[in-house]
Design a protein around this ligand. Structure first.
Ligand code: ADP
Length: 184
């Protein structure tokens, strides 16, 4: 069973996806994490995407599709949970051709809440992401509205979309996601 998590930056996709990987054995494919890993290792791709990511723009569809292909492994997993992918209609159509998607969960959160979350978040070691500053957050939200929001329609038409309130506690969101998955 393959899932997609949709939602604005800061809507909680990563938190839910890593929980699904640990608890329910879904393989998490987070294109943002994969890109950050490429940057850390210093690969050619990593170097190419650095400026784009720091500006909150989108990496090219071709690069992203190639990256996802490289990492999509389902052996030993219940399926895949995509987080941060697809992000454009082009990416969604390309995914439609190769992978059967069983459910798309849209974590709906207000802009105010996501801006607050992104301005206040840091990782386990207290590090803050370079793109979590006010100017770039505004850009990421704009890019989301223009490129990713149309996917809600795309999956609604395919009758695959479930909308959940992502503005509540993590535990609450997890419980709702659990209900959706168990009903499939
Ligand atoms: P967020 O959803 O919080 O903005 P991500 O970690 O998903 O953060 O993505 C960080 C950055 O990585 C994006 O701003 C973009 O530059 C790049 N990126 C991630 N996924 C994609 C994708 N599917 N298509 C294009 N660019 C992507």
């Amino acid at each position: 069973m393959n899932l997609i998590l949709l939602g604005m930056p800061g809507s909680g996709k990563g938190t839910v996806a890593s929980w699904l990987q640990e608890k329910y054995l879904y393989r998490q494919i987070s294109t943002g994490d994969l890109l950050r890993e490429e940057r850390k290792v210093g690969t050619q791709l990593g170097k190419q995407v650095e400026v784009i990511m720091n500006e909150g723009k989108l990496v090219s569809d071709e690069m992203i599709i190639e990256l996802v292909k490289k990492h999509i492994k389902t052996v030993g997993f219940k399926g895949v949970v995509f987080d941060g992918f697809p992000r454009t209609v082009f990416q969604a159509k390309s995914l439609d051709e190769t992978t059967n998607i069983d459910q798309v969960i849209f974590l709906k959160v207000s802009e105010k809440i996501v801006v607050d979350r992104l301005l206040n978040r840091s990782d386990d070691s207290g590090q803050r992401r370079e793109d979590d500053n006010e100017r770039v957050i505004k850009e990421r939200i704009k890019v989301y509205m223009e490129n990713t929001q149309p996917l809600i329609d795309h999956y609604e038409k395919k009758c695959l979309l479930t909308t959940l309130d992502g503005g509540v506690s993590i535990e609450n969101v997890r419980n709702k996601v659990k209900e959706v998955i168990e009903s499939l």
